[in-house]
Every structure is written in structure tokens, then in C-alpha cells.
Ligand binder design. Structure first.
Ligand code: ADP
Length: 598
């Protein structure tokens, strides 16, 4: 099987993203490889695809249980046999996985670094044909990285002990030269092919603000991003609880995540967020590494993190599917105090000597300095960040608060009130088409038969184009002021009342940049329905929603509107396996939507 066939068959894509092909070619040629790619760049395919082409099995060393679980679930969804082995499993389940591995049932085995030198695992490996050892999140091997994991230092020894040396490849999103050099040296890569992809994420908008009152500022942003999925990062568990308590007592759809919660609660809250039952998660930095939710639209830092590596990685969880997304940092001088405290009171780490601990402290102080400079800079934020990671940006980026000014918003309270009261006066029994017609002032047969032209809301938005009215109604659906029942009739929700009867303003973000005009436009209404179906299936099968289809795939569906199986397979991200499992349901939904004349 060649690489293009594998890409299409197992991942549903026709073309490689920037940098992927070179990395895959290098691994396939048998050369050690180091891939540095920004979060969301598509690292996983770079080792998963060669794993499928090579004989035998690929061992993937991965630092987090949630990360392994998500990747393995996504692989299984695409019909690729994979397994993870970690401490979340019972001894019997591990033995069972080992037996299946010996029978050659897996192409990829994910394992935690702490386990690789254990006798049982090395015994297993002596019985396997291992083609590739892949080190994911490879920066964990470096003390210069922000997630140093001493057991990553065992990986070189593990590889050395193998009877036949496999190809060793390593991937990370941390780009600093020091970390890169550490990875090459400490993993003992042999003359590796190194590819460092541009770190710029043009779809991300960066903003730093120094608000007088962070809570007021936070509410303003959350209202602006209403209906979208996002993360609010706080610097401590206490702060996380505090912000969560305030937001959850208000109208926000919010959950929380930090290491102080019971494991079961943490897992449940994470799922509420990944399955979109809660739109916002307030969290410490414990939340994230394994979160492959591709439709996160904003990441707000309520507190400044300790270094730019962490910041870029956390902020980079927004917009992974390439859609426009917002990264906002609320900066205050107290943040510096908090970070200094963390540096002066590090977590106990017995594996470090006093000398090493002191060196680590100095490095952290140095990194904190750069983080503060980023917040204080008058220049382009993106340029500052890229410079830190060793890249140059020509000119200004025009997509950050220093280049563009803060995000603007338009107040649509009046339009929202007109629409909501129209829905109320029509007794909540009509769908979007009739409501839009009444607001536009159209005298269709149905409208006159029902006497809607006599309503005070008839023609209230007659000076707006019909497409604008549709757009506004869709926005109200999107931000939860309206909902649809099974007959597609519009209903007011609890959120609608404060907009109608009190002074609660509703604001809408002004697009910072225009979308490219040559791509087919996304049918936003259809997209809402596709997302509901995706969530329904995910819930039924107890898998994360993005492993059914990613949001980028749903967006393509809502633009291309495939009618046949063949057309569906041509949508990026639709594999034969997923076509078999979900294709019919999604085709049916799209068909109904076309029939209804949307
Ligand atoms: P990373 O690990 O680098 O953060 P992932 O491997 O999780 O990124 O990929 C991010 C997203 O990009 C995933 O939804 C993945 O399916 C998608 N993706 C990867 N490669 C391609 C490609 N060649 N074409 C389209 N989408 C891709």
C-alpha cells in the first residue's frame, strides 16, 4: 500500500498538510526523524501512516492517559487496530492486551514512559517485530521543556535493548532550539531528519488586555463568544473554583476541571465539555494535553501562565481545525507574584539534585521574564511569540490586538428583541422560514392564512435582506436564545427572557478577517443539525464527538452537501470505515435539509 492510498483509506484525506509528506517519507526510508509542528498541525498522521505501511508494530510512547485514549479511540474509529497500555487498566486487561499483541493483532501500541523498562513490557517487546518507536510530546525529555518527565530519559535505553533497532521518531510542538537539541541528544536519534514547521497559526487572533476588573472583562468576552466552545484557564485550583462558581450561578454553560477533583468527576466534566454538553470549561493547566477537541473557538487566560511555551500550547488548543479562533490573555500584576511563588515553591522532585533544582529555577525565572515581556510589548504579539520560538515574521500580523486593536463587537439587542418577540407572537409554532418571512413582511399564502400579517412584528426587519434575517435567527439559535423542536418550530429558551424583558445586551463579534470567498459557503443551519447528529451518535456510542467526525469535516459537509456515498467519501475526513458506520445517517439528514429548501 502506498502512502496516498493509506491517507485516503484510513484517514479520509486526499492531500497532505504542509510538512507531513517529508516527515512520512523520512520515516518510510528508515531514517530517524524529528518533527516539530504546531499544535493542530497534524503530527499524529506522520507516525500513524508509516505504522500502517511498515510490517509489525509501532510503539508510541505517550505521556498522558487521556492522550493515549483519544488517539486510540480515533484510530479504532478509522478501522486501525491499536491499543494503549497504562495504569488505568486492570492487570487482567493488560495481560489480555499483551496476549493479543503477541498474536499480532495491533499495528500501534501506546504506552506510558514509566512502563517501558518494566520486565513484562520488555519481555513482550522481545516477542514482537517492532518497526518504529515513536516518542510523542518529545519535549518531555528536556529540562528546558515545560513538562519535564524524568522517565522519558529511559527511552534511549529501551531502544538500545531491542534486538533490532527500529526507526525512532519524535514529535513535539515545542520549538525552542535548546529543547530540540535535547531531544536529539537524549533520545539518541541517529542523524535524524529534522523538520521544523512554521509556528505561525494564522487562524488564531491574539489579544492581551490589562483589565481593571478581570471578572467583568471575562463576562464581556464570554458574551461575545456566546454559543461557542471555549476554555478559561486559571492559575490555581482555588481560582478555578471561584470563577466556576460565579459563572455557573449566571447564565453560562460551564463546567470545571482541575487535579483536585475526584478522578470520576474530572472525567465526567471533561466529557461534558468534549461532547459539547457544556460550552465552557474553567480549568487549571491540568486540562489540555489530551484534549483533541477540534472546535474550541476561544481560549481565555484568566491568569498569565509561567512561560510562553505553556501559553502558546494552551492558547493553541483553540482553532485546531483551522477555523478562526481567539486567544485572550487577561493580564494583571498579581499574576507575576503568583508565578514567582510557583517558581520559589516547586513541586517536590526527588529525582533532581539540589544543583539541578537550582538550575531549573533560574531557567523558569528566565522564561517568566519573556512571558511578562510578551504581555507588556507594544509591538505585534504574534511577531514577539514567533521570535521567541526562533522565527521571523515579516512586518505586522494584522491579527492581534496590538496590530488591530481589541476585538470589536456589534450590539444586536434590538434585532434580537424583534426576532424573539416575533417568535413569541407566532405562539412558537413556526419554523425559521416562516418567521423570517414575517419579519421581512412577506405576504405568502401561509402567512396571510394564519393572519400573521396582522401581528405587530410583521415587517419589523423589512429593511434587512432576507439572508441577514436568516443569519440573525441562526445566531440566536447558535447562542441558545432560541431552540428548535422536532418539527423545526422555533421556541424561546430561558436565555431569551433577559434579552426580551430586561436590559441584557446581546453582542455579536465582528469578523476580524473575511473568509476566503472561493470556498463554498457553509450552510450554518445545516451545520447546527450535523453537529446535533454528531453529538447524538457520540453519546450513544460513548465516544468523544470529534471521533465521529471532526468539526472541520462537518463544516465541509455543510458546504459541499454530498448527496451520494461517492460524494460523501470525497468530503475530507470521511473514511470508508466511517462511511459504513455513519454515512447513511448524515446523508439522510443532508437530504432532508435540501428537500426542505434550505
Ligand atoms: P497535532 O497532534 O499536531 O496537534 P493532530 O494530529 O491531532 O494534530 O491533527 C489535528 C487535526 O488535523 C485532526 O483533526 C486531523 O484529523 C486533521 N488532519 C491531519 N492531517 C490532515 C490532512 N492531511 N488533511 C486534513 N486534515 C488533517
Amino acid at each position: 500500500m502506498d502512502k496516498f492510498t493509506a491517507l485516503e483509506r484510513f484517514f479520509g484525506y486526499k492531500t497532505f498538510r504542509e510538512g507531513q509528506e517529508e516527515l512520512i517519507d523520512s520515516i518510510l526510508s528508515g531514517r530517524d526523524t524529528l518533527g516539530v509542528m504546531p499544535t493542530g498541525g497534524g503530527k499524529s498522521i506522520c507516525f500513524q501512516l508509516p505504522a500502517l505501511i511498515f510490517p509489525g508494530v509501532t510503539i508510541v510512547v505517550s505521556p498522558l492517559i487521556s492522550l493515549m485514549k483519544d488517539q486510540v479511540t480515533a484510530l479504532l474509529q478509522n478501522g486501525i487496530p491499536a491499543v494503549f497500555i497504562n495504569r488505568s487498566m486492570t492487570d487482567e486487561a493488560i495481560r489480555c492486551a499483551y496476549r493479543a499483541a503477541v498474536r499480532g493483532e495491533y499495528k500501534l501500541i501506546y504506552v506510558a514512559p514509566e512502563r517501558i523498562l518494566s520486565k513484562s513490557f520488555t519481555d513482550l517487546c522481545s516477542m514482537l517485530e517492532i518497526s518504529i518507536v515513536c516518542v510523542d510530546e518529545a519535549h518531555c525529555v528536556s529540562q528546558w521543556g515545560h513538562d519535564f518527565r524524568p522517565s522519558y530519559l529511559d527511552i534511549a535505553q529501551f531502544v538500545e535493548k531491542l534486538e533490532k533497532r527500529p526507526v525512532v521518531c519524535a514529535f513535539t510542538a515545542t520549538a525552542t532550539v535548546r529543547v530540540r537539541k535535547d531531544i536529539e541528544r537524549l533520545l539518541q536519534l541517529r542523524k535524524p531528519f529534522v523538520s521544523v514547521l512554521g509556528f505561525d497559526r494564522p487562524n488564531l487572533y491574539f489579544e492581551v488586555v490589562k483589565p481593571k476588573n478581570k471578572l467583568v472583562a471575562l463576562r464581556r468576552y464570554l458574551d461575545l463568544f456566546s454559543g461557542k466552545s471555549g476554555i478559561v484557564y486559571c492559575s490555581s485550583r482555588k481560582k478555578t473554583d471561584e470563577v466556576f462558581d460565579i459563572l455557573s450561578a449566571e447564565v453560562y454553560s460551564v463546567t470545571k476541571y482541575h487535579a483536585g477533583l475526584y478522578r470520576r468527576t474530572r472525567k465526567m466534566n471533561q466529557e461534558l465539555f468534549t461532547n459539547d454538553e457544556k460550552k465552557i470549561v474553567v480549568a487549571t493547566n491540568a486540562f489540555g494535553m489530551g484534549i483533541d477537541k477540534s472546535d474550541v473557538s476561544f481560549v481565555i487566560h484568566y491568569n498569565m501562565p509561567g512561560d510562553l511555551e505553556s501559553y502558546y500550547q494552551e492558547a493553541g488548543r483553540a482553532g485546531r481545525d483551522g477555523s478562526e479562533a481567539y486567544c485572550i490573555l487577561l493580564y494583571g500584576h498579581e499574576d507575576i507574584q503568583i508565578q514567582r511563588y510557583f517558581i520559589d515553591h516547586p513541586e517536590e522532585n526527588e529525582e533532581l539534585s539540589r544543583f539541578e533544582a537550582e538550575r531549573l529555577r533560574k531557567q523558569r525565572l528566565e522564561r517568566l521574564g519573556a512571558m511578562i515581556d510578551y504581555c507588556e510589548t507594544e509591538g505585534c504579539l504574534r511577531a514577539y511569540m514567533l521570535r521567541y520560538f526562533g522565527e521571523k515574521l515579516k512586518g505586522r500580523c494584522k491579527n492581534c490586538s496590538r496590530c488591530n486593536g481589541e476585538i470589536r463587537s456589534v450590539d444586536i439587542t434590538l434585532e434580537a428583541q424583534k426576532i424573539l418577540s416575533c417568535v413569541a407572537r407566532m405562539k412558537e409554532c413556526e419554523g425559521i422560514d416562516v418567521v423570517a418571512g414575517v419579519l421581512k413582511g412577506e405576504k405568502t399564502q401561509h402567512i396571510t392564512e394564519c393572519g400573521y400579517e396582522k401581528l405587530s412584528t410583521f415587517g419589523l426587519l423589512s429593511s434587512d435582506a432576507k439572508s441577514v434575517i436568516y443569519d440573525l435567527i441562526t445566531y440566536l439559535l447558535f447562542c441558545g436564545c432560541l431552540c428548535e423542536d422536532e418539527n423545526k418550530a422555533l421556541h424561546l429558551t430561558q436565555k431569551a427572557h433577559p434579552v426580551l424583558f430586561s436590559s441584557r445586551h446581546i453582542r455579536r463579534r465582528e469578523e476580524v478577517r473575511k473568509r476566503s470567498s472561493d470556498a463554498a459557503p457553509v450552510d450554518e443551519r445545516l451545520l447546527l443539525r450535523l453537529r446535533s447528529l454528531q453529538k447524538l451518535i457520540a453519546k450513544r456510542e460513548s465516544v468523544p464527538a470529534f471521533t465521529v467526525f471532526t468539526d472541520a469535516t462537518l463544516r465541509s459537509m455543510a458546504a459541499l452537501k454530498p448527496k451520494t456515498q461517492g460524494e460523501m467519501l470525497a468530503v475530507p475526513g470521511v473514511t470508508a470505515n466511517k462511511m459504513k458506520k455513519y454515512g447513511a445517517a448524515f446523508l439522510r439528514l443532508i437530504g432532508e435539509n435540501i428537500e426542505n429548501g434550505a
